[in-house]
Design a protein around this ligand. Structure first.
Ligand SMILES: Cc1cc2nc3c(=O)[nH]c(=O)nc-3n(C[C@H](O)[C@H](O)[C@H](O)COP(=O)(O)OP(=O)(O)OC[C@H]3O[C@@H](n4cnc5c(N)ncnc54)[C@H](O)[C@@H]3O)c2cc1C
Ligand code: SF4
Ligand code: SF4
Ligand code: SF4
Length: 347
């Protein structure tokens, strides 16, 4: 695809991100710019909720190619449809069910197939400190560890920062990466680019798996949840956001719910400018909405995604059913667009 020109002889790339993304409150916090910056110019400022330049820049422009919140890139990636391109939409679930899986466990089963068949050297997923409920990216090389990292982590969307060390590791040739739509958009943009620095990351991501995402929360939401349910974080076994509430399952099996408006003040600032619900640039997208009970709505989008899906089926790792309620996915996606579009004013 033809490269977009980010030509401005006066403004350096980080300055352009600062003026057009960071200072307009548009930064998603995806860390794609940090991940592609081989000069280590950028770090994330947690107070400010966006990156900062701390080292000299070599003007390679990879960060501009990656940023899903620059208007040129928004034009390139956005489309009015909610579902996006696909080859097949189907209910899928893991044949090896686990209490940790979020819905049907299809995401973990697909990753297991990729690892066991040695299609990838590792999977980059989101782990969790089960004491504090603080998520952290994890590199998985043995599929038996995937069960520990199953389940949705609602307070993290920075999986890409960890990809940086994998790009630099010559032993790692192919990665399967799971991410929220903002991370998927960034990798999708890098895949479309001719920029040689962008290619270092994009060429290593063999499978890009996207999770449906309405919004994510800052980690302080956990403290609020502890107060709301009157239990410490370590008692929480699982969380599930949907239908206007956060459902919390405790280790003793009891269930409590928290209305989502109670957590509204903790929605990540960059989420209010986000209109992609289904991770339209993924190879395979996965979500709970629209699925049959105990299954994952699975959107297979690309030939690569279809290849992995078929291999997982042939290996007996997943089973499938027709009948995903696509209108349900579209309904929620449209609510996200309505809610967030009004606050998106890309310069
Ligand atoms: C912040 C967030 C918001 C979501 N909102 C919705 C929604 O509104 N509607 C809906 O239908 N679905 C939503 N989902 C997706 C849904 O919760 C499930 O992740 C999806 O259905 C896959 O389920 P599964 O059982 O197949 O996955 P599992 O087999 O449980 O595997 C999930 C995989 O995703 C990884 N993962 C978990 N959290 C993250 C994260 N934050 N970043 C990167 N990787 C992660 C895990 O490590 C694991 O590898 C959301 C997910 C997240 C993380
Ligand atoms: S990615 Fe390239 S252009 Fe962007 S800050 Fe780093 S060195 Fe500069
Ligand atoms: S949206 Fe992502 S790529 Fe763009 S500035 Fe923010 S962290 Fe960097
Ligand atoms: S709503 Fe989800 S995809 Fe969008 S910026 Fe927030 S975490 Fe990323």
């Amino acid at each position: 695809m033809q490269e977009i020109e980010f030509l401005n002889p006066v403004i350096l790339p980080a300055q352009m991100l600062e003026e057009r993304v960071w200072h307009n409150g548009l930064c998603s916090g995806c860390r794609a710019c940090i991940a592609v910056c081989l000069a280590d110019s950028l770090v994330y400022d947690h107070e400010a909720n966006h990156p900062l330049q701390v080292n000299p820049c070599v003007d390679c422009k990879a960060c501009l190619v990656a940023c899903p919140r620059l208007s040129e890139n928004i034009e390139r990636t956005s489309s009015s449809d909610i579902i996006g391109p696909y080859l097949k939409i189907i209910n899928a679930r893991s044949k090896k069910s686990s209490s940790r899986q979020q819905n049907g466990g299809a995401a973990s089963a697909l990753l297991a197939a990729a690892l066991d068949e040695e299609l990838v050297d590792c999977a980059l997923v989101m782990g969790l400190d089960r004491w504090s409920q603080e998520p952290h990216p994890r590199v998985i090389r043995d599929s038996s560890d995937l069960e520990k990292t199953a389940g949705s982590k609602y307070t993290k969307n920075d999986i890409l920062e960890s990809v940086k060390e994998l790009i630099r590791d010559p032993q790692v040739k192919n990665i399967a990466l799971v991410g929220t739509p903002c991370s998927v958009q960034a990798v999708g943009l890098l895949r479309q680019s001719d920029n040689e620095y962008a290619a270092k990351l994009a060429s290593k991501v063999r499978f890009l798996m996207g999770l449906f995402c309405f919004e994510a929360f800052d980690q302080q939401a956990i403290t609020k949840m502890e107060r709301a349910i009157g239990q410490p974080s370590w008692r929480i076994d699982k969380m599930s956001a949907g239908e206007g509430k956060m459902t919390v399952v405790l280790r003793n099996g009891s269930v409590q719910t928290i209305p989502l408006p109670l957590l509204a003040e903790f929605i990540k600032p960059g989420c209010v400018a986000c209109t992609d619900f289904t991770a339209k640039l993924s190879d395979i997208s996965l979500g709970g909405i629209g699925s049959a009970p105990g299954m994952t709505s699975t959107i297979v989008r690309t030939p690569e995604g279809m290849g992995l899906f078929k291999i997982a089926e042939e290996m007996g790792y997943i089973e499938t059913w027709d009948g995903v309620e696509v209108e349900e996915i579209e309904k929620v996606g449209k609510i996200k667009v309505r809610k967030h579009k009004a606050s998106t004013t890309p310069p």
